[in-house]
Design a protein around this ligand. Structure first.
Ligand code: MTE
Ligand code: MO
Length: 238
């Protein structure tokens, strides 16, 4: 009866995101297993936690639905005494902000949904942080020709880019709080990019530097075949 579901199905290979159709197909199989009598939790047990993303999307997990991703563990550490956020490139006054200086900038709060391109989502995430315009202002504003921001992670070699137009979306921010508490280490402490209109790989964790440039450079996953404009529901063949 369960043979239709390969519980040990691995993550979609890089460059071949699981499409919406495949996602819905797997969800359908997962739900039909409930109808056929085997509880999905048993399937979870048998999978030893290695559940396909498409099934985990419909099952609440202890982490609240999140899957923690890193390309080069161990996760970077955050020492508030020495940490600095660089804002440089095509800005008038390149700066290095301390965590306290960052938190002293005008604060923004929002509730938004989070979608990973592999098929899992988390609804109603509460974020607190700063809008990108406030950050660029802290660096004296952009210089002529500025077009994009490279978000460089302390976790090398993870990087991704958004255009200045994209970072000006009303719900884009650099977040330092999540669900009412400072961002945890696994979620990217002390700061991560939040861009709810795009898939999660645009949301660089452990951000160390905002490098303002005149061009969009392909990010970590984009060099591996994913779209630079990762609009939820209308990119990556989904
Ligand atoms: N530095 C870094 N940032 C990252 C990633 C990563 O591997 N390294 N993965 C991205 C992807 S694909 C997703 S879906 C989200 C997952 O966020 P989470 O680990 O907080 O659940 O982080 C994004 N930011
Ligand atoms: Mo993702």
């Amino acid at each position: 009866m369960m043979s239709g579901v390969d519980a040990a199905r691995p993550e979609p290979p890089a460059g071949r995101p699981l499409g919406r159709r495949a996602f819905l197909g797997l969800v359908g199989l997962g739900l039909s297993s409930l109808v056929w009598g085997e509880p999905l939790v048993r399937l979870l047990d048998r999978a030893g936690g290695a559940l396909p993303d498409s099934l985990s999307a419909v099952i609440p997990s202890p982490a609240g639905g999140w899957r923690i991703y890193a390309v080069n563990p161990p996760y970077p550490t955050f020492d508030p005494a020495t940490w600095r956020l660089r804002v440089d490139g095509l800005v008038r006054e390149p700066v290095e902000l301390t965590a306290a200086q960052l938190r002293a900038l005008p604060r923004a709060d929002q509730v938004s949904d989070f979608h990973c391109v592999t098929g899992w989502s988390v609804s109603d995430v509460r974020w607190g942080g700063v809008r990108f315009d406030a950050l660029l202002d802290a660096a004296g504003g952009v210089r002529p020709g500025a077009r994009a921001i490279d978000f460089v992670s302390a976790e090398e070699p993870y990087v991704d880019t958004l255009t200045l137009e994209q970072v000006r979306a009303p719900d884009a921010m650099l977040a330092y709080d999540m669900d009412g508490a400072p961002l945890t280490r696994e979620h990217g402490a002390p700061v991560r990019v939040v861009m709810p209109r795009m898939y999660g790989y645009k949301g660089v964790k452990w951000v160390a530097r905002l490098h303002v440039t005149d061009r969009v450079e392909p990010g970590y996953w984009e060099r591996r075949g994913y779209d630079a404009d990762a609009w939820v529901g209308r990119s990556n063949g989904i």
